[in-house]
Design a protein. Structure first.
Length: 190
């Protein structure tokens, strides 16, 4: 139970610490640095907060310098997979305090609320290493949303398979959440 709660709190804290008002704005041209390598922050906070209903928690920044992180999920081995809206997937090893760039997508339409959005790991990830991504791609004079599957091999995403293309896209409200249901189907919001 504590692992689930701490993972959830860590997820919420990570997102709350790095997402700010610029999340729905496009970055200034030339402002992104895809070669930067954010590293987890090893300095824990000692302040313990309590919610109105008595839940106690501690805020701890575990990573900074991400560019508009949009989705994150933990692998069974504890690594954290994070999407950055401009088209990057990072794999973070919190115990080793390291962050690796696993994939950089080309042709991402990172305007407004579009870009690399959703991320899901297969329920059998420990056996098949399947990672699902939902992103907005440049197409013609506009954009479309796509769902692709990759296999994580040695910290990199490879073996791209296009699962669904042509999902309508816009600069707002692209959805992009991915979830594998108990029925084994992959669900996506659009």
């Amino acid at each position: 139970m504590w692992t689930f709660v701490s993972g959830t709190i860590l997820s919420i804290v990570l997102v709350s610490q790095v997402v700010d008002a610029r999340a729905c704005q496009s970055p200034e041209p030339g402002s992104s640095n895809p070669t930067s390598n954010p590293v987890p922050n090893p300095v824990p906070s000692t302040a313990v907060l309590t919610t109105r209903d008595g839940v106690r928690f501690r805020v701890e920044t575990v990573m900074s310098d991400l560019e508009i992180p949009w989705s994150l999920t933990f692998a069974p081995d504890g690594r954290l997979f994070i999407t950055e809206r401009p088209g990057r997937v990072r794999i973070v090893n919190l115990s080793a305090l390291s962050s690796e760039l696993a994939l950089t997508l080309d042709g991402v339409y990172a305007q407004g609320e579009g870009g690399l959005l959703g991320l899901a790991l297969d329920p059998n990830f420990a056996q098949n290493n399947f990672v699902y991504l939902y992103y907005s791609a440049v197409a013609g004079g506009g954009a479309v949303n796509r769902i692709e599957r990759y296999r994580e091999v040695a910290g990199r995403l490879a073996e791209r398979v296009l699962l669904l293309d042509g999902i309508p896209a816009s600069t707002i409200h692209d959805g992009g959440r991915l979830k594998l249901g108990p029925d084994g189907f992959l669900y996506a919001t659009a």
